[in-house]
Design a protein around this ligand. Structure first.
Ligand code: SF4
Ligand code: SF4
Length: 447
């Protein structure tokens, strides 16, 4: 695939070329050229790390708007459980779901319901002996893309299951196209998202041709409007709400608790995840059954498109989970304990194609020559990884030079060396005279 959709974009006028983002990007996708941060599209995984770390707020995420609902006959909101953590627990989940209806949606379908089914599927898959260990969670789209781009050899370790939001969208489409007696294409299915990677996942899905999700609207975008309507919401309808098991997916560790995995690792923060995947690729973690990997600190509650401080959000989420647990206990109910794959129409997702970062050349011999060239250039660079050349480190600059995207003098140290050599050459030249002039001088001296 040559054309990529990316939710993360640069607001050029705000960028000062300070290099902060180049240092944090897990796939070395950013170069400063002409004083501005340029994103290399084939490398970007839309993790949003650059949005978090830009001191000038020059990186942004493009998502859909509430106004886009006008294009569809019926609109369904798919709220990520993280949405509930943005508001005080004085507002019940029911109130928040009703609040979404007030904003213009016709129906709501909780992503947490999809998460509950996926938890059971993860459990079943892990019981199947043939699954490669350690199996890696498919839930975070930024991590799935990180594997696709930086660790293509680990693609087979990703569980062949859809993410909860994709499953929730599929179920919502089936349910409401029947209820309203309209074609599924006339439904707008909108994910209320905590992160840009999920926007990208619905516009350009991996492992399927088309997503069941129409678009994604950032939590931060609707937060203000929702906060205004919540105190006036009149709760009437009773929604088939997900249990604490499903909503717990918003917090790191929630997925593996829901799937009751004991021999597990929970890793969050995209750069931590990247370092851990290096270990998996080296075969150091084959004794682990399952790795829950999340790009954002603390899980989805730390997503760049959320509003609330992640520590506050985590506490609220846990309070909400406890409340639901208590309610279930009083009512003598249990969370979902079984699912019927065929009834739900669940298919395995298709294979994910690798998108290797370092394709130096289609021709293997030329690529090998370039590897040698990169090593040679790297030896001549100072190895300080200062980033003032606009590449994230010396190795990346060496690759850029070998690929013709940069020159040696982009390195300030090499530039200084070059200027010093030129200055020395100039000094040497000033001492030299053209031969006719030298003779004249000699003659003059004799006189
Ligand atoms: S962090 Fe990146 S996008 Fe932000 S001002 Fe610095 S170079 Fe520009
Ligand atoms: S979104 Fe992530 S991968 Fe893309 S440029 Fe920003 S930090 Fe790099």
């Amino acid at each position: 695939m040559d054309e990529y959709f990316h939710s993360v974009r640069l607001i050029k006028s705000r960028c000062k070329g300070c290099v902060s983002c180049t240092k944090r990007c897990p796939t070395e996708a950013i170069r400063i050229r002409g004083g501005k941060a340029h994103i290399i599209e084939s490398r970007c995984i839309d993790c949003g790390e650059c949005i978090r770390h830009c001191p000038r707020h020059a990186k942004t995420a493009v998502t859909d708007y509430l106004a886009d609902l006008d294009q569809y006959k019926v609109n369904i909101a798919l709220p990520a459980p993280t949405l509930y953590a943005q508001f005080s627990v004085d507002f019940s989940i029911e109130t928040i779901l009703h609040g979404l209806l007030e904003l213009g949606f016709d129906e709501v379908f909780e992503v947490a319901q999809g998460a509950e089914i996926v938890s059971l599927m993860v459990k079943d898959c892990l019981n199947a002996k043939e699954v490669k260990r350690p199996a890696i969670s498919p839930a975070c789209p930024a991590v799935v893309r990180l594997i696709q781009v930086k660790f293509p050899e680990l693609i087979d370790y990703l569980m062949q299951i859809d993410a909860p939001v994709e499953l929730a969208a599929k179920l919502a489409r089936a349910k409401y196209s029947q209820k309203y007696n309209i074609h599924a294409d006339e439904l707008g299915v909108w994910f209320i998202t905590p992160c840009p990677a999920k926007m990208t996942a619905c516009k350009q899905p991996l492992g399927r041709e088309k997503s069941n999700i129409t678009g994604a609207i950032a939590i931060s975008q609707i937060y203000g409007s929702l906060l205004k309507v919540l105190p006036h919401v009149n709760e009437q309808a009773n929604y088939n709400r997900a249990s604490w098991v499903g909503i717990g997916w918003a917090v790191a560790g929630g997925e593996t608790s829901a799937a009751q995995v004991e021999n597990k690792l929970v890793v969050y923060g995209i750069n931590h995840v990247s370092r851990l995947l290096e270990q998996v690729a080296m075969g150091n973690l084959d004794d682990i059954d399952y790795i829950e990997t999340l790009a954002c600190a603390g899980g989805c509650i730390g997503g760049p498109l959320t509003v609330e401080n992640r520590f506050v959000a985590e506490t609220r989420m846990k309070q909400r989970m406890q409340k639901l647990k208590d309610e279930y206990q009083v009512a003598g109910k249990s969370p979902l304990t079984d699912y019927h794959k065929d009834e739900l129409g669940i298919n395995e997702r298709q294979a994910i194609e690798p998108r290797p970062l370092m394709l130096l050349d289609e021709d293997i011999f030329k690529a090998m020559d370039k590897v040698e060239l990169i090593e040679k250039i790297l030896e001549s660079l100072p190895g300080l990884d200062c980033g003032s050349c606009g590449s994230p480190n010396c190795k990346a600059l060496a690759e850029d030079i070998a690929q013709g995207r940069a020159s040696e003098t982009d390195c300030v140290f090499k530039l200084r060396e070059r200027v010093r050599d030129l200055a020395q050459e100039m000094i040497d030249l000033t001492k030299k005279m053209p031969p006719p002039l030298e003779k004249e001088l000699e003659e003059l001296e004799k006189e």
